[in-house]
Write a protein that binds this ligand. Structure first.
Ligand code: ATP
Ligand code: MG
Length: 413
């Protein structure tokens, strides 16, 4: 019996969707599979159409010893499901309750006969709280789902760099079995770059197959089905089928003794997630590890003189920075592209300039599509006011604009 935890400290990266569909994919391969929903959001349970009533036993009862595995489990699509509900949150709040230890789930799973299941998959919430620690203490291997955005890379990096310390604390030698791109838009430059970076740093641990963005997956879980049940002929079902096959191959390979070394050097912090663009479903394809050739055009040199006081030094920006910069510039009106081309710079590449604050605000509002955060900061780097309160800004102002390490754009006065 192999227990696999689905973890990424970033939320919304496809952990639950992957856990559900891989579980059903494995069941369809004739494997005996159970899933445990260790997330109080209970998305995995709902994804299977299982919503326990207040009196139904669920994972909380398993952990507290209030009910046995067989009294709790529901069976859907050939998978045994231990559902959760918001009651689990109460367990977290009650520090002296059954979930005061990181090993409650592990101990509960130990009671299950080793030959009852081939695989038990554990879904976890995004934070490294008590539920995720219980998942990590109970599992033999970890699958890290990622959505191809910068923040999920950050979640991977956080998890990876914590593995040694967590292994020690939890008394469980943790190993990443696979990193899976779950909601992947191969047309996005940044996603392809992230794929390549992860490949470079983690090698074969990265699943070669990725799950393309697909509306069917959202619909399927909303309707309470796996993609195999909801839309068996869809590209997404094909993706998950192939990922399941790849997983089975990985499991063969990884059943050898653990070879995990100290955490590999992970991709250095890069800039922020690209704007998600809808991508039509497409057949899963192998992504070449080779660097992506088609890159965004570097920003053009301004044709008109920009209102810059001292010109920008030679850019040290890598492809991420240039990609994000280009994305911001693309959103701006033609008349101000040149100025921003000069002004926007990564943190290592400071620029100074004078800018009309009203225009600055308009530009920020235009770019503030929920993906970028703009702040006006003073020299002590305290936030004076968000740009949405522009009346307080006296114009014109001199400013320094730079990315922080997470990709937010900051304006220093
Ligand atoms: P949380 O951290 O909140 O538990 P999660 O990591 O479990 O989130 P999911 O709930 O699996 O993430 O997915 C987040 C959202 O993305 C859901 O609405 C899901 O339907 C959607 N999603 C997952 N995979 C895809 C995909 N390949 N294409 C489009 N949408 C997807
Ligand atoms: Mg989830």
């Amino acid at each position: 019996m192999i227990i696999i935890g689905f973890c990424n400290l970033k939320g919304g990266v496809g952990k639950t969707t992957a856990c559900q569909n891989i579980a059903v994919g494995l069941a369809r391969k004739g494997k005996r599979v159970a899933v445990v929903d260790m997330d109080p959001q209970s998305n995995l349970s709902a994804g299977f159409g299982v919503i326990p009533s207040a009196t139904d036993p669920q994972v909380f009862d398993l952990l507290s010893g209030g009910a046995e595995w067989d009294d709790i489990l529901r069976i859907k699509e050939g998978v045994d499901i231990i559902p959760s509900s918001l009651d689990l949150t109460m367990a977290e709040l009650n520090q002296t309750g059954p979930l005061s230890s990181d090993h409650v789930l592990r101990d509960a799973l130990k009671k299950i006969s080793q030959d009852r299941y081939d695989y038990i998959l554990l879904d976890s919430p995004p934070q490294l709280g008590i539920f995720t620690r219980n998942v990590l203490a109970a599992c033999n291997k970890i699958i890290v789902p990622m959505d191809g955005g910068y923040y999920s890379l950050f979640g991977l990096k956080l998890l990876d760099s914590s593995l040694d310390i967590l292994s020690e604390r939890l008394g469980n030698e943790l190993e990443i079995l696979g990193i899976l791109m779950t909601n992947f838009n191969s047309r996005l430059y940044i996603s392809r770059q992230i794929y390549d970076d992860v490949k470079k740093n983690f090698g074969d641990v990265l699943f070669e197959k990725y799950i393309s963005q697909s509306v069917s997956l959202i619909e399927a879980s909303n309707m309470g089905f796996s993609i195999f049940e909801y839309s068996p002929k869809s590209k997404a079902a094909q993706c998950y089928k192939e990922v399941t096959e790849e997983l089975l191959k990985k499991l063969e390979k990884f059943s050898a003794p653990s070879t995990r070394k100290a955490a590999p050097v992970v991709v250095k912090p890069k800039k922020k997630e690209e704007k998600q663009e809808p991508e039509p479903e497409q057949a899963p394809e192998k992504i070449q590890a080779a660097p992506v050739k088609k890159e965004p055009e570097p920003p053009e040199e301004p044709e008109a003189p920009a209102p810059v006081i001292n010109s920008r030094p030679q850019s040290t920006a890598g492809p991420y920075e240039e990609g994000i910069k280009q994305e911001v510039i693309d959103m701006l009106p033609e008349s101000r592209k040149a100025m921003w081309s000069q002004m926007l710079a990564p943190i290592s590449d400071i620029t100074r300039g004078e800018i009309d604050v009203k225009e600055l605000r308009e530009d920020f509002e235009r770019c503030d599509n929920g993906r970028y955060t703009f702040y006006v900061l003073n020299d002590e780097q305290e936030s004076l006011w968000p740009v949405m309160y522009p009346d307080q800004i006296v114009e014109p102002m001199r400013c320094v604009i730079k990315w922080d390490e997470y990709g937010a754009v900051e304006v220093f006065m």
